[in-house]
Design a protein around this ligand. Structure first.
Ligand code: RB5
Length: 149
C-alpha cells in the first residue's frame, strides 16, 4: 500500500499521482487534503509518515508547495527516510542509494507530468544495499541514540 497526502500547494500533483498509481494497478490511498483550502502541511505529512513509520504502509508520497516542509515533518518519524526529489536522477538515487520509503515533491516546483515520471522511477528502481545499507544502519543507530537522549 502506498499512502499519499498533500497540502493545498500539492493538491494538483496529488490527483495526478493517484491517477498514475491507479493506472499501474497499485494500491494508492489518498489521505487528503481534499480541496484547495489552505491547510497546514504538518497535519498531512504526519498522516503519511505515521503510517510508514508504523509499518501500516510500505511507502508514502508527500507533496507541498516546495516539498521542503513535508520533508522536515516526515523525517521526524522513526524508520522514515523521506527524500525530496526534483528530477529523474534524484528520484533514482532516492531508491538506489537511500532506499527512501517516502518520496517528496513540490507542487510549485515540479509539473504533474514530471511528478508521475519521478514516482515511476522511484518505484521501479532497486536499492543497491551493500555500502548503502551500512550507511542506512548508521542512520538507524543515530536515530536510536537521539531517541534515548
Ligand atoms: C504553503 O503555502 C507552503 O508553505 C507549503 O506548501 C510548503 O511549501 C512548505 O514547505
Amino acid at each position: 500500500m502506498i499512502v499519499v497526502a498533500s497540502d493545498h500547494g500539492g493538491l494538483e500533483l496529488k490527483s495526478a499521482i493517484c491517477q498514475y498509481l491507479g493506472s499501474r494497478n497499485l494500491d494508492g490511498r489518498d489521505l487528503g487534503t481534499d480541496n484547495g483550502d489552505s491547510v497546514d502541511y504538518p497535519d498531512f505529512g504526519e498522516k503519511v509518515a505515521r503510517a510508514v513509520s508504523s509499518g501500516d504502509a510500505e511507502k508514502g508520497i508527500l507533496i507541498c508547495g516546495t516539498g521542503i516542509g513535508m520533508s522536515i515533518v516526515a523525517n521526524k518519524f522513526p524508520r522514515v527516510r523521506a527524500a525530496l526529489v526534483n528530477d529523474p536522477f534524484t528520484a533514482q538515487m532516492a531508491k538506489e542509494h537511500n532506499n527512501a520509503n517516502i518520496l517528496v515533491m513540490g507542487g510549485r516546483v515540479t509539473s504533474a507530468e514530471t511528478a508521475c515520471r519521478l514516482v515511476g522511477i522511484w518505484l521501479d528502481a532497486v536499492f543497491e544495499g551493500d555500502r548503502h545499507q551500512r550507511r542506512l544502519d548508521k542512520i538507524a543507530q543515530i536515530e536510536d541514540e537521539v531517541r534515548k537522549g
